[in-house]
Design a protein around this ligand. Structure first.
Ligand code: ZN
Length: 86
């Protein structure tokens, strides 16, 4: 189990020094950790217009280096995207 706090520090250093590749790697680790802790599986379904557990939620890093989660709505199978680390 990684220490999330430690990675957040590394992440901040990566942001400050402009190391995008490192930032992406750290983001992915953080996202996996957060995902494993099930703290970011809730997203907003635009079709249901309600919050849903994201089915098959997978963390990923967007092209701009920001973390996000994608999956589907368990009720209507619409794709749910969630930007952020929760
Ligand atoms: Zn839905």
């Amino acid at each position: 189990m990684y220490k999330i706090k430690q990675f957040k520090q590394i992440r901040q250093n990566a942001v400050q020094s402009g190391k995008i590749e490192l930032l992406k790697k750290v983001n992915n680790v953080l996202l996996i950790e957060l995902y494993n802790n099930q703290s970011m599986t809730i997203g907003y379904c635009v079709k249901c217009r309600d919050k849903r557990d994201i089915q098959g939620a997978k963390p990923y890093t967007m092209k701009n280096g920001k973390p996000a989660v994608k999956g589907t709505c368990p009720t209507c199978s619409t794709a749910i995207f969630r930007i952020g680390r929760g």
